[in-house]
Design a protein around this ligand. Structure first.
Ligand code: GDP
Length: 298
């Protein structure tokens, strides 16, 4: 059994490769919930839905958000009658979000997700990192804002000075999934706002120290492939490089996979982490994803 820590873009790409080489039933995914919030009356668990749609084979791979081929009639109608509609949510995607919203009125998020993943025919286990709500405050040169105000409202442009979020309790099953795993894989996701909230939970880091932990760097050649990771790493005082990521994970990491372009960091990272593997980590097609998945197990 392997347990994967995931955000919403890089790790889901890798999951597509993993399910080609291991039985999906042997995979548990622990997903970031930091950015979850209500929009236009529905609960949006963006990273969670991306992981679910990826494993159900329905993700929109252009945006890594929403469902491929979805329509936007509800979105356009709501906008037309004056709803702010901060997020552009598709019709099918919204249906699943409405169901999740109804379910969390009755059950914890972890149970709601389990019901949904089974309905979507997903055989891997998917756990939110927590059943508790999180809230992030991003301090910028243009004032304090939450994640969506920063990323959607301001398109990630303000300079980030710092960011804060409260630590939450792990959802039922999270610690067991780490303890029982032959390998914990920290996927190539934002180390500050996707993986950061998961490893900010004390019992998670404690369990990781006794587990075999492998990570793939989300930073290639000094830049993230997508998203605001660079701004957040800088704000937290880390170099924006695979070495900076190594510093974040060094307390519990056994093996670190970095990109060919970053081979010159190998010696320095080996002072922090026992095994460093240099390979192609940019996942442009299914073959890249499968190759990277094989190297993780190599
Ligand atoms: P956010 O978009 O920054 O909020 O964070 P996510 O956790 O959703 O994932 C984005 C991270 O995935 C970024 O740091 C990217 O660099 C990383 N990523 C996306 N695609 C790839 C890829 O093909 N290879 C690698 N190594 N990282 C990737």
């Amino acid at each position: 059994m392997i347990t994967v820590f995931s955000g919403g873009t890089g790790t889901p790409k890798l999951l597509q490769g993993l399910v080609e080489i291991i039985d999906p039933e042997d995979i548990t995914v622990i997903v970031n919930t930091l950015e979850n919030d209500y929009f236009s009356g529905v609960y949006v668990a963006a990273d969670m839905d991306t992981v679910m749609y990826t494993l159900a084979g329905m993700i929109n791979q252009e945006t890594w958000y929403g469902i491929e081929g979805d329509t936007f009639i509800t979105h356009d109608t709501l906008k037309g009658i004056g709803c702010p509609e901060i997020l552009r949510i598709g019709d099918e995607d919204r249906a699943i979000k409405i169901q999740k919203t109804l379910l969390i009125n009755k059950y914890p998020l972890s149970k709601a997700v389990d019901i949904q993943r089974k309905k979507l025919g997903i055989n891997s286990k998917i756990l939110p990192m927590s059943d508790q709500d999180s809230h992030i405050t991003i301090k910028t040169t243009e004032g304090d804002m939450d994640f969506h105000q920063f990323l959607v409202g301001k398109q990630g442009t303000p300079q980030v000075l710092d960011l804060h979020y409260k630590t939450v309790k792990p959802a039922p099953g999270v610690i067991e999934a780490i303890k029982n795993a032959e390998m914990v894989l920290i996927g190539p996701s934002n180390p500050i706002t996707s993986i950061g909230p998961i490893i900010s939970i004390n019992s998670v880091t404690k369990a990781l120290k006794n587990a075999y932990v492998v990570a793939v760097s989300p930073i290639i050649g000094g830049r993230p492939v997508s998203g605001p990771a660079a701004k957040f790493m800088k704000a937290r005082g880390y170099e924006v490089s695979c070495l900076g990521v190594a510093h974040i994970y060094q307390d519990f990491l056994d093996k670190f996979i970095i990109d060919d372009i970053d081979a010159h960091y190998k010696d320095e990272i080996e002072k922090l982490i026992t095994e460093v593997v240099v390979t192609q980590t940019n996942m442009n097609n299914l073959q890249d994803k499968v190759n990277l998945a094989r190297i993780i197990f190599g």
